[in-house]
Design a protein around this ligand. Structure first.
Ligand SMILES: Cc1cc2nc3c(=O)[nH]c(=O)nc-3n(C[C@H](O)[C@H](O)[C@H](O)COP(=O)(O)O)c2cc1C
Length: 175
């Protein structure tokens, strides 16, 4: 079965570090994401230090598991590349989403667990992260991915919904 159908968000982790070679393969998956105009406007932060993970956990009410994760990967947008045609040029949001999903899929492929934590466009979270890590203004922390060895089994779910599929015309659910 493809890893796409096995991936689920994991929010509880074993107190066990993730091997650097696994982290590198996970990052490589991020770099392989599709990207508008092939700009690839991403950079990735890898955070393992406990004090930094705890600080990240405190920046969002929905990021507590980062404190007990083995690591956090933060796909960041480099706006010097992503905003090349000005403020209205926001294709980078989709580029960074694709990179985030590629990373989650490779995490599952490595038999690890991870969860996508929403950061951009929440200004408070973006500012708190940027301040803590002294990011230059053209670098935007887009998402936080907490990861590690899952503390329990990861249960797949079939979410296919034929009522949301339209063949040829809206409302036609049969092929
Ligand atoms: C943009 C985005 C933001 C998310 N933010 C959070 C978050 O802050 N905290 C969290 O625990 N899960 C977060 N999630 C994970 C979703 O809750 C999860 O993907 C959803 O419940 C579906 O479950 P699954 O990932 O197991 O398929 C986020 C997912 C996305 C795509």
């Amino acid at each position: 079965m493809s890893v796409i159908f096995e991936r689920r968000s994991v929010r509880s982790f074993l107190p066990k570090p993730v091997e650097p070679e696994k982290i590198e393969r996970i990052l490589r998956a991020g770099f392989e994401a599709p990207s508008a105009h092939n700009r690839r406007p991403w950079e990735f932060m890898v955070i393992t230090a406990e004090n930094d993970r705890k600080a990240i956990a405190d920046m969002s009410p929905y990021a507590k598991m980062t404190a007990s994760a083995a690591a956090a990967i933060i796909p960041c947008a480099n706006l010097n590349l992503g905003n090349a045609s000005g403020e209205e040029d926001t294709w980078w949001v989709q580029d960074l989403s694709a990179a985030t999903e590629n990373i989650l899929l490779q995490i599952a492929e490595e038999e690890l667990g991870g969860v996508w934590l929403g950061w951009y466009p929440d200004g408070t979270r973006v500012k708190a992260f940027s301040r803590h890590f002294s990011l230059p203004p053209h670098i935007v922390p887009f998402s936080v991915i907490a990861l590690g060895y899952p503390a329990g089994p990861v249960k797949p779910a079939d979410r296919f919904d034929p009522a949301k599929v339209h063949y040829g015309a809206y409302g036609n659910h049969s092929a």
